[in-house]
Design a protein around this ligand. Structure first.
Ligand code: SF4
Length: 382
């Protein structure tokens, strides 16, 4: 909490500058999209003056930990197209094959032994050093697969702390362990944010090897039990070249089929850059813009009925921001890499981007681009 980088970060924030670590939030804010930074500032609005007042001139703080965001390593059952071995070690074989190096290559060693969350001493440290924790967010990898997290929650229940705590998750929602469902009612509140990138074939293309029916059933399961389980429910969609044309179908599903979920959150994939919507040629960008404008025109009244003016406006601004982001820069230089990565994964997984996203079929009529690609960036793209 008081390392030199954290102290410097606080001072930058207090000076009103834009710290480099916050670039992502400011990028989406500049597009008119509500950022995580803004959501958190709103959630803690009443506490902020006291927190600022208690910050030392060198940026240090004495405050006890109230919230924690724990990214539980890189164990995941999926291999999403925009992900990396930093977040799912299951991608390692495909990464090695794609980059033409052996799986045992030493570069990959950093991704193999990420297991600090399996050490009971880590969880004991959290319990001992953060007795005032009110809120913990778990992400991954896939947090619903991590036994250490279940054990930790059981100890919080046994210690009597659970009723005063909020537990939240970022999850791919491919599994809903009964052990977890039994624990949730013991806590003050539970919040689940499901990563959903499309419906049907689009979802399965991006979030391989998940099955849309399974994820849809789990969404519906939670939706129907939201009040019984004291659940706050949300979705996050990583908008990218492969799902920008399917956004309307996804939003229609989220609006029409789910009764308890908050207004959908749309984020923009910028890493890896070859999956960014900016990679699309001008004609496809124009078509995507037309499709998104039609989605706003067709669905806005339903969004307003469902989430009020504020929620509807939030979605409208998000879609406008996606269009601005897509159209304000030309990244077609990365189109060969987009094609190469997509065709490689299609062949490796027995999938077809062209079949799942017919709007992109024209990009796949030529043979493979010959040039080998640079490495994907190690950026978690949930
Ligand atoms: S994006 Fe999330 S769900 Fe998908 S592979 Fe990466 S960690 Fe797993």
């Amino acid at each position: 909490m008081n390392t030199a980088p954290m102290r410097a970060l606080r001072l930058e924030m207090l000076e009103g500058t834009r710290p480099a670590a916050c670039a992502r939030c400011f990028m989406v804010e500049d597009l008119g999209i509500t950022s995580h930074r803004q959501d958190e500032n709103a959630a803690w609005r009443e506490e902020i003056p006291a927190l600022v007042a208690s910050t030392g001139a060198d940026g240090s703080i004495a405050a006890e930990l109230r919230t924690a965001d724990l990214r539980l390593g890189n164990v995941c059952n999926l291999r999403c197209r925009m992900c990396s071995p930093q977040s799912t070690r299951a991608l390692l074989p495909e990464w090695a094959a794609y980059h033409g190096v052996p799986l045992r290559h030493p570069y990959f060693d950093r991704f193999r032994g990420v297991d600090w969350f399996e050490d009971p001493a880590f969880w004991q440290l959290v319990e001992r050093e953060a007795p005032g924790l009110q809120r913990i967010n778990f992400a991954g990898g896939e947090p619903f697969l991590i036994d250490g997290m279940f054990d930790f929650l059981e100890r919080l229940v046994a210690s009597g702390r659970a009723p005063a705590m909020t537990i939240s998750y970022n999850t791919n929602l491919t599994v809903l362990p009964p052990r977890l469902l039994a624990l949730w009612p013991r806590f003050g509140s539970i919040r689940v944010t499901a990563s959903i990138d499309g419906v049907g074939a689009v979802h399965e293309l991006i979030r391989h090897p998940s099955k849309w029916e399974d994820v849809r059933d789990n969404l519906l399961f939670l939706d129907r039990r939201a009040s019984a389980l004291k659940l706050g429910l949300a979705t996050n969609t990583a908008v990218q070249a492969c799902n920008v044309f399917g956004l309307g179908r996804l939003l229609a599903f989220l609006t029409g089929e789910l009764a308890s979920f908050e207004v959908p959150n749309l984020t923009i994939v910028t890493h890896p850059a070859h999956l960014d919507v900016r990679v699309l040629p001008a004609a496809l960008k124009a078509e995507a813009t037309r499709v998104l404008d039609a989605v706003v025109a067709d669905q806005s009244s339903r969004w307003r009925d469902r989430w009020g003016d504020e929620g509807c406006g939030r979605l409208q601004r998000a879609i406008a921001g996606i269009c601005t982001h897509m159209n304000e820069a030309d990244a077609t230089a990365l189109l060969p890499e987009f094609r190469r990565w997509s065709m490689f994964l299609d062949e490796s997984r027995g999938q077809s981007t062209a079949a799942a996203v017919p709007e992109l079929a024209s990009l796949f009529t030529d043979p493979w681009p010959a040039r080998a690609s640079p490495r994907n960036e190690d950026t978690h793209a949930r």
